[in-house]
Design a protein around this ligand. Structure first.
Ligand code: ATP
Ligand code: MG
Length: 564
């Protein structure tokens, strides 16, 4: 045993410490069984990714298993579309539940039996109060609640009424089955919370079989127990529900009593994470569906060009604590750049084109320049980039009247073309309105490959694309969906803070290397950012999403903190 302790790495967070301690003490026979229990009422988002990495990660690290359980006890908002997307997203993130796929709705019969058992034990009763009356009976934080007149019903009468609830003899909302705990409890959740309510609603799996549905707190702990979960890991808002979680399991004296452990949920700046609000964005067509690349959903991030590696890395970096906080979205983007930097092929692309004619380069000739596909990856090889008399550069890389430290192209000033030659601006061509339409330049043939044999230096290197070889594509440039750091926390409507410029569509020109790119392929457009081929892309009509610009504000922040 001693040896074991020395050899195992120190747990990286408090949940892993609890699990390690339980294994050491042979609690649950040393077994680790967790679950990820989404309600299939929306698509998964980056916050769920955090929970998934904790649930699946802890199980995997300890040779255990993690269940995927659809927490589908509320028929009004659930749908098979969501079940399918959840399965796809968990798999895409890199996790495998193997054969451990479950549905809380499969336990409806068993849960009903548990409720009957509670009645028999004198721990549940049928209540006739309306929803409003229940509310007014509940009391406040400082005042005890008032007991329901139904509380003193006999067990026989309760059994009879509950059976009739199931049989559909009562109107929706006219009765509830409630736990008999303590209307004076300091914890409002313990004041005889509801166990079953009557609700005639078609369930996407059980159809019209049931007109009563179990409440979350009752169904959740018992589902965990039925599946013999050892560690039921959830977010902090359930901490106050834990006494109730334990109460149900104790009152029923079930053999399997999982341990609920809570951690702080992920909140991300400039983002909302509520499924209700995300659904609202989709339904009101404020975004183009759940997988709109501006959405914090897993499918949105995937379409945007995020990788599962980057998301898992992010989840590891943010760690697991009990303190609520707002995580800077720049950290997520930093993790993404780290990954794409290693894997994305570099290409030359111009989004904001300005045409250049190189007057001393022969017409009709194409030079083929060598370019490394990814300097970070020696195995990625190189390619030929066509160069010719007419090229596009980015408009922002030229200034007619440059300030002192402008090292890019300017009248009479030399600049290096990436992988190519030095060019010098000789003259500017303008339209009648005075807009620059073209530049006339000369190139120095001795500088092929980027160095001058005479040793003269240029400070700037700019990207470019050969006009006759360029592929025209659409570039979708995204910005934050919201203009405030915490749109979920504003006093008025969060919709007032939507960024009107969150999507801009631009025409761009790209070197021919991307001609056969498929949806999902990722590139670095040099000096600009990472781009991913969108699902809308077709051969001959390429569409790119800008995944993330190159400038890493997180790395910058870390740098300045170090030097300060
Ligand atoms: P709702 O807003 O409808 O309650 P939810 O976001 O809690 O939904 P669930 O489907 O109930 O969604 O979540 C499944 C699991 O993911 C839960 O265990 C929940 O605690 C966890 N989870 C949800 N949001 C986050 C988040 N932002 N950070 C970490 N975990 C989260
Ligand atoms: Mg929830």
């Amino acid at each position: 045993m001693e040896e074991n302790i020395v050899n195992s790495p120190a747990p990286t967070d408090f949940i892993r410490a609890i699990v390690a301690e339980d294994i050491k003490n042979n609690k649950h026979g040393g077994r680790v069984e967790t679950r990820f229990p989404p309600e299939p009422n929306g698509y998964l988002h980056i916050g769920h990714a955090k929970a998934i990495c904790i649930d699946f990660g802890i199980a995997m690290e300890n040779g255990g298993v993690c269940h995927l359980r659809m927490d589908d006890t509320n028929p009004t908002k659930e749908d098979i579309e969501y079940v399918n997307s959840i399965m796809e997203d968990v798999r895409w993130l890199g996790w495998d539940w193997n054969k451990h796929m479950f549905y809380a709705s499969d336990y409806f019969e068993q849960l009903y039996d548990y409720a009957v058992e509670l009645i028999k034990r004198g721990k549940a009763y049928v209540c006739d109060l309306t929803q409003d009356e229940v509310k007014s009976h509940r009391g406040t934080l400082t005042e005890a609640g008032k007991e329901s007149p139904g509380r003193d019903r006999s067990i026989e009468e309760n059994l009879d009424l509950f059976a009739k609830m199931r049989a559909g003899e009562f109107e929706d909302g006219s009765k509830t089955l409630r736990s008999k705990i303590d209307m004076a409890s300091n914890n409002i959740h313990m004041r005889d919370p509801a166990i079953y309510r009557i609700r005639r609603f078609h369930h996407y799996r059980t159809g019209d079989k049931w007109c009563i549905y179990p409440m979350y707190d009752f169904a959740h702990c018992l589902s965990d127990s039925i599946e013999d979960i050892t560690h039921s890991i959830c977010t902090l808002e359930f901490e106050i529900h834990r006494p109730l979680y334990d109460w149900f399991l104790d009152a029923l004296e079930v053999k399997k009593h999982p341990q609920q452990i809570e951690f702080a949920r992920l909140n991300l700046s400039y983002t909302i994470m509520s499924k209700r609000k995300l659904l609202e964005l989709v339904q009101n067509k404020l975004v183009n569906g759940w997988d709109d690349p501006r959405m914090p959903t897993i499918c949105g991030l995937r379409r945007r060009g995020y990788t599962p590696e980057a998301i898992r890395d992010f989840c590891e970096v943010i760690g697991v604590t009990k303190y609520n906080s707002l995580t800077d979205i720049a950290l997520l983007e930093h993790c993404l750049r780290n990954d794409l930097n290693k894997t994305a092929m570099r290409v030359l692309a111009v989004i904001n084109p300005l045409k250049i004619v190189i007057e001393n380069f022969p017409e009709g000739v194409t030079d083929e320049l060598d370019a490394a596909n990814n300097p970070e990856n020696p195995d990625s090889g190189s390619r030929k980039v066509p160069f010719s008399r007419e090229i596009y550069i980015d408009r922002n890389d030229f200034m007619e009247n440059p300030p002192k430290k402008f090292f890019r192209l300017a009248p009479g000033q030399e600049v290096r073309l990436r992988y190519g030659y030095f060019i010098k601006c000789e003259s500017i061509i303008k339209d009648d309105a005075g807009n620059i339409t073209e530049l006339r330049c000369t190139y120095d043939p001795t500088t092929r490959g980027g160095n001058a044999p005479d040793g003269r230096k240029v400070k700037g290197t700019i990207h470019w694309v050969s006009v006759p070889n360029a592929l025209e594509a659409e570039a979708r440039i995204y910005d934050r969906l919201f203009t405030v750091e915490n749109p979920g926390g504003v006093e008025d409507d969060y919709l007032n803070y939507m960024n009107p410029d969150s999507l801009k569509t631009e025409k761009c020109f790209i070197e021919p290397a991307v001609a056969d790119a498929k949806p999902g392929d990722k590139f670095q457009f040099e000096r600009q950012g990472y781009f991913c081929v969108d699902l809308d892309s077709k051969p001959g009509k390429l569409v790119f999403n800008r995944t993330v610009p190159l400038k890493d504000s997180w790395a910058k922040l870390q740098q300045s903190e170090k030097t300060n």
